[in-house]
Design a protein. Sequence first.
Length: 144
Amino acid sequence: MKAFLKKFEDVVIKSLIVMMVLVVLVSTVELGWIIIKDLITPPQFFLEIPELKEIFGFFLLIVIGVELLETIKAYLDERVIHVEIVLEVALIAIARKVIILDMDKYPGSPIMGIAALILALVIAFFVIKRIFKDRTHSSGKSSD
């Protein structure tokens, strides 16, 4: 039964990788099309702020897809979800939200909530990095 479940899990993960590759590829082509379209429409070779926000938001969305692909690959290889990568994806996602957010439309409390979320993610990221650094450093000392 365990062998069947492992094979099933492998098929699901490999399917997710293929689908994620397709999504990232199509999204990258679409981003290229958006940039070209924005550059050739009047005024030519000039991007306005809303267009830049759209492009940067789309760019970060693709980066999120690439990072998710990395997470899935790491899980396939090691059968472990790397918390560090998940936190990176969360930070990129919240950065994307901040970039595309129209700050004038929201009162202070949602903005403060986003700031608190960013702070919590950054703290978690550095704690995880520190723990990982300490583990590799201490295991390096024990082999001397």
